[in-house]
Write a protein that binds this ligand. Sequence first.
Ligand code: ATP
Length: 317
Amino acid sequence: MRSYSLIAPAKINLYLEIIGDRPDGYHELAMILQSIGLADQIDVHSISTDSIRVHCNHPQVPTDKSNLAYRAAELMVRQFPEAFAKYGGVEITVNKQIPVAAGLAGGSTNAAAVLVGIDLLWKLGLTQSELEDLGGTLGSDVPFCVAGGTAIATGRGEQLSPLPSLDNIYIVLAKYRSLEVSTAWAYKTYREQFGHSYIRDSDNLAVRANAVHSGAIVKAVVNKDAGEIAQKLHNDLERVVLPAYPQVLQLREVFANQEGVLGTMMSGSGPTVFALFESQQQAEQIKLQVREAIIDEDLELFVTRIITHGIKVVSSV
Ligand code: ATP
């Protein structure tokens, strides 16, 4: 095969707790990550020159070495020089549907798709765990994006424990097109504002004194109880993003006031806000109501659903 098309789904955070500071400068996290139907399409294609080329339909996404998909291909070239010499270069086309810098892991899922695609192109036969380990060197969300579904993520977010798959939960996503929140800014601001309240645990890790605990939402996920999951949604980064970005706060409030919304939360470091529903019909209805409540062409709204997979091959030639 000389070419593969892959679906690269976005993720939302059903839960994001900042547990404390790690000696390596990252935060220690406890998250529940969930794949959703909103996805990019990634085409990977072998080319005769020994180069990596990236094309993308989205003007804000770079196509040079700063693109995570490019960096994933570069990593494969470094790791498997013999396969690169045998099969030649790679051309990557990103058809972007996932909003950029939105807290939906758009770049990370593209990188995961490139790892999976090149593994197939070069017939490497890597295992899921090998692909996840490679992904972890590119970014904390990349390992999750490989297999997707529903998972607990700890450490920097790269240590995964799968949870039973959820189904039949529908989502409305809302994001202002021109509004971006830097993930680095959100974590840095959180540390500045709340880091002083950390205490040292028995491993000398600086941890927060008033932990939230993911036990209740994990139980709700295991029980596949959508209503209970929605009640236990949590994201510590809302503490810094909502006060700094009134538009995000407004979205949270507008969703919270609509009948039929099971629960609402900001995803990752934002600025995307999501709401959960029991049916697609309800989700479509609330999308219309939010559109009427906030008259602003900059506001993008998507209806999608929870899905049970990460990167998926859709065709090969
Ligand atoms: P996360 O949820 O993992 O924090 P995000 O959804 O907030 O990520 P991305 O969409 O991955 O953010 O984009 C973050 C930045 O990365 C953007 O400024 C964008 O220009 C850059 N970027 C690099 N490669 C990609 C890619 N393949 N797709 C989207 N953005 C990319």
